[in-house]
Design a protein around this ligand. Sequence first.
Ligand code: FES
Length: 164
Amino acid sequence: MACETCTCIGEITDEQREKVREIIDHYKGKPGVLIQTLHEAQQVVGYLPREIQVMIAEGLDVPLSEVYSVVTFYALFSLKPKGRNVISVCKGTACYVKGVDAIMEKLEDDLGVRGEDTTDDGKFSVEIVRCMGACGLGPVVRVNEDIYARVKPDQMKEILDKYE
Ligand code: FES
């Protein structure tokens, strides 16, 4: 089902719906549980489409506008499903010092994303990680399972061209 708040085409299974209902039932009536409920629901579904936001708003008896505000405020939450390829950009200290910000800017410009985000065509998701344990090789970028070391911004296009 396509949701109304973005261009995603993700499908939610009945099993995922059932698990989200169980999470809501677990937290129902307890104070200050919205973020935790959203977090656990996202772990089940992979993102937080409108249908899931409505379920949580109704289940926890909070306004949908409040749910939407929280989802869009925290970078942790995503309105879109993960892309076919996940680009992990290391923003640990060593990679930061070696210029990873310039790589991030290049990605944002080339892919039309902002921070942790998914391209509208669903081809790539960008996520930020804190150290991949290869600090001496920074800046480090991982695409799916492939690690790229000492990456320069102008290499990103060539790297991403390898992925469908
Ligand atoms: S800080 Fe990037 S690999 Fe350690």
